[in-house]
Design a protein around this ligand. Sequence first.
Ligand code: MN
Length: 192
Amino acid sequence: MAFELPKLPFAPDALMPFISAETIEYHYGKHHQAYVNNLNGLVPGTAFENADLETIIKEADGPVFNNGAQVWNHTFYFESFSKTGKRTPDGILANAIRDSFGSFDVFREQFTKSAAGLFGSGWAWLVKNPDGKLAIVQESNAGNPLKKGLKPILTCDVWEHAYYIDYRNRRPDYIKSFWEIIDWEIIANRYK
Ligand code: MN
């Protein structure tokens, strides 16, 4: 069965002024779509012809992994945002952040540093370890923590295509905006 580009859970202009409709048009409409198209072109005739994306991330390498992981990563990224959502975590996720990092502010500072400092293209991730503790990991290119047995909770895409239209080379300004559009109710549901 062919992979499909999932529908965005918000209108293209919903994240303005933090992420423009033009960025969504390119990042979602062209880049995310291209990974879907590439994957659909790659898997026929391979062991991954009927595999789901999680299996592809865990077991594939090369172009099948790269495109499959990028499809999953972008869906996960876009589905973290909303126009009006809970802008700080509460409940068990807030407790886990406190237990793992000391406070939400310390977590945000460490995650920001990780995303800003990632060399080249990639993704900063908040992950849940098998013991329930949270950690921040950097992944280059299409890297996804599922491959290491870690559960992804939140991610920030720091490929230039994620911010170049709105912020040019200013990755730190994009990351500042990233915090303004996260819907923590969605993120908390991933931690459960
Ligand atoms: Mn991207």
